[in-house]
Design a protein. Structure first.
Length: 327
């Protein structure tokens, strides 16, 4: 079975073969982010294209095959070069938010059974080293795997835009070009995952699934969301399982209802905010107002640590992507 490090290296090489030399030491951003997200740039159009940020692919077991996306470094809460934070309205109680979502989840939406596949939208920040030109590169990613631990990960380019385009950055919209940026095919036995068998939909089953993805037995809401994000990198879960996830977030303590907004794909969502125990980052979980499913997450740095300034949006990912959006 391929080790996590070997698999990570293979994803990087296939995604961008003209990348930094193999023996080059990691920079500060790589050191800061390597334990939680994986890097994967689109195929370079010009010589020595370099990506600042993190995108789709296969991670180590603890982080799963989660799809992450661009690390964009604003000088303030919302400046050219970074997405504007989502603006929420009409905040209600957390219990009302969860109850409304669970009511929507009673109405069937696919899948009927958990699927070993994901579709995700995300961003990366592409920098041309020689010319110092930069562009924001939206991408879609799909990942499908089988019980024999074979699989395929595909990244599809979105329409790029300049970091100085304040309107484009404010919307941070993802539109597919249909151009495949990278494709990684895994032979049987190459994929590594803590959960191979299809998970059940009871509260105990869902909790066991999250614990397998490193959630503590008595989690905070932030720890529950972290594990959920990892699971969503490998599995598309059922409505019943999403209902259990929302209940767990509510019962774990520390979550806050944000109200409603529109996500980067134009979908109406409700927000639930969780903050890490050390107060360094926060995650805004996005719950569809149409289906009740968890469909997105935005992570924001709260404290300047010398690598990322306070207010930097370092993760934005969206799930439940329609097939048509990839074309």
């Amino acid at each position: 079975m391929m080790s996590d490090n070997a698999l990570l290296e293979r994803v990087l090489v296939e995604a961008d073969p003209a990348r930094t030399p193999r023996d080059a030491p990691p920079d500060a951003r790589a050191i800061a982010a390597r334990d939680r997200i994986i890097r994967s740039a689109r195929a370079p159009r010009r010589r020595r294209a370099r990506t600042i940020g993190w995108a789709a692919g296969l991670t180590a077991v603890a982080a799963s095959a989660a799809v992450a996306f661009g690390v964009l470094l604003p000088q303030g809460a919302a400046v050219a070069g970074a997405p504007s934070p989502l603006v929420f309205e009409a905040a209600g109680s957390l219990s009302d938010t969860v109850a409304a979502a669970e009511a929507d989840l009673e109405i069937f939406s696919p899948p009927a059974e958990p699927e070993r596949s994901t579709r995700t939208a995300f961003w990366s920040y592409n920098v041309e080293v020689d010319t110092e030109r930069a562009e924001v590169v939206p991408q879609f990613a799909t990942f499908t795997w089988e019980e024999d631990l074979s699989g395929e990960a595909v990244a599809i380019n979105g329409e790029p835009y300049a970091p100085t385009d304040a309107v484009a950055n404010g919307q941070a919209e993802v539109k597919s070009t249909g151009e495949v940026a990278s494709r990684v095919v895994l032979a049987p036995g190459e994929f590594v995952t803590p959960v191979v068998d299809v998970p059940g939909d009871s509260a105990a089953d869902v909790r066991a699934l999250l614990v397998a993805f490193d959630m503590p037995e008595q989690p905070t809401a932030f720890e529950a969301v972290t594990a959920i994000t990892s699971v969503f990198g490998q599995w598309t879960l059922t409505n019943a399982q999403h209902a259990e996830l929302l209940t767990l977030i509510e019962e774990s303590g520390g979550a806050e209802a944000l109200g409603t907004t529109t996500d980067r794909l134009g979908r109406p969502v409700a927000g639930i905010r969780v903050i890490s125990a050390d107060g360094v980052v926060r995650d805004d979980v996005l719950v569809s107002l149409d289906t009740g499913r968890i469909v997105g997450l935005e992570r924001t740095v709260l404290k300047d640590d010398g690598v990322f300034p306070a207010g930097a949006i370092v993760d934005y990912r969206m799930w439940d992507i329609d097939e048509e959006m990839l074309r």
